[in-house]
Write a protein that binds this ligand. Structure first.
Ligand code: MG
Length: 427
């Protein structure tokens, strides 16, 4: 009897506790997405998610994708009315309707904008929501500062990396475009490979290298390495376009130079598949770290490369892979398999830079560096607040603590830069 009385006696206490919890929940009204907008600001498609609580989140896509606006707006009806702070629930609605570069960019920009809102709503920087930071400053690598070259001789390559070495950012790691990733290099001397040179965008050339072509590419790399020594790391973006035997010969010739990595020799930028079997063969035949992945959309499409340990370094771009949490997930899984991470980012813009910084702060210890994006045009630096000054110190960016991505628009200045058709973007 006593036991029973005590049992029933405890009920009102439980009910009161539960009522208090309900009241607390009721005091925090649910936040809802009321609009999804996209403007091409300068060169970067910029996404704004508007909510009913006065908080807006921003995301961005590569400056090479000026055509992206209708693709972003395609997702509007899928996310209206959703709670943007339940990032994953919103992503489940749209993630399956993206694809390899360039078609995952809209989904990725939306994901980044959702995290920006989630951080602001919680009053914490985005890195806290990604598990917290494990480093206070994040390493960048240079891909975007490209001083004009006088010519295509090895000494011209030496001179250009000398200028990068002296740059105010104090880069500790520099990536250079060579071979099939560099049309000027591949057409500098005749007959570098056996197929006809092809024109058009996004790496149309591929084929078997001639001896002359292979020797010339190697001589340019040697000239650059001589300048950088062991003070500044050298990575090469080399394809896609290599055939396997040339990729092996080129990598082996580079072995004495201790490169940071060679990127995308077999498949890569704008190749709508990664070829894990071929990459695995290449990786096993050279000691040079083999890198790929900037065009990949979603963790599922990194699965083969990671589980087969087909590469040494993965380099997805948060603005193409499906966002920053997507890339964090890939980095963690890569780490379990002994694979390093060096995210692509050259065209990601200043909102993209913020996304990279938060993501890199929370990356596991297999993180090397991310590719540093510049604001283009220059006036981008005048329309945002929140970036450190200078942004890069001795090759690193200090991680900032403002809520969300921590980079906001100076609305009046930014409005003045909007195109006619985007005039209502900030309203
Ligand atoms: Mg690349």
């Amino acid at each position: 009897m006593t036991t029973r009385r005590a049992f029933f006696g405890s009920l009102p206490v439980l009910a009161a506790g539960s009522l208090m919890a309900q009241e607390r929940r009721a005091a925090r009204p649910k936040i809802k997405i009321t609009d999804l907008r996209c403007a091409i600001i300068g060169r970067n498609p910029t996404v704004r998610i508007v909510t009913d609580q006065g908080i807006s989140g921003y995301g961005q896509a590569e400056g090479t994708k000026g055509y992206l606006k209708p693709m972003v707006l395609f997702y509007k009806d899928y996310i209206l009315g959703e709670d943007p702070t339940d990032v994953e629930r919103v992503m489940l609605k749209i993630r399956r309707m993206g694809a390899f570069k360039p078609w995952g960019a809209a989904v990725s920009a939306i994901e980044i904008a959702l995290w920006d809102i989630a951080g602001q709503a919680a009053g914490v920087p985005v890195y806290k929501l990604l598990g917290g930071k494990i480093r206070d400053r994040v390493r960048i690598y240079n891909g975007g500062f490209r001083p004009p070259m006088k010519g295509q001789r090895p000494e011209d390559y030496a001179e250009t990396v000398q200028r990068m070495k002296e740059a105010k950012e104090g880069f500790t790691l520099i990536k250079m475009a060579v071979a099939f990733h560099n049309r000027a290099m591949m057409t500098a001397i005749p007959d570098m490979w056996y197929d006809e040179p092809r024109g058009g965008a996004s790496h149309p050339n591929k084929g078997v290298l001639t001896e002359r072509g292979l020797k010339y590419i190697i001589s340019c790399v040697e000239a650059m390495k001589k300048v950088l020594g062991d003070e500044v790391g050298l990575a090469l973006d080399a394809g896609p376009g290599f055939m396997m035997k040339d990729a092996v010969a080129f990598s082996r010739a580079c072995e004495p130079m201790n490169l940071a990595w060679i990127e995308d020799m077999l498949t890569g930028d704008y190749t709508p598949y990664p070829n894990a079997e071929l990459y695995r063969d290449l990786k096993m035949m050279t000691s040079v770290p083999i890198h790929t992945g900037e065009q990949i959309y979603l963790r599922q499409n990194c699965k083969d490369l990671i589980e087969k340990q087909a590469v040494d370094v993965l380099g997805p771009d948060p603005e193409d892979v499906g966002g920053i949490a997507e890339l964090k997930w890939i980095a963690e899984y890569a780490d379990l398999h002994g694979i390093a991470i060096a995210p692509h980012g050259i065209f990601d813009g200043l909102i993209g830079l913020a996304a990279h910084v938060h993501m890199a702060a929370a990356m596991p210890q297999n993180f090397i560096a991310f590719e540093y994006p510049y604001g283009q045009p220059e006036w981008w630096y005048d329309i945002v607040d929140g970036l450190p000054d200078p942004i890069v110190k001795k090759g690193f960016v200090d991680v900032w603590d403002n809520p969300g991505l921590g980079v906001t628009f100076k609305v009046a200045a930014a409005k003045a830069r909007l195109r006619e058709e985007d005039r209502g973007f900030f309203d």
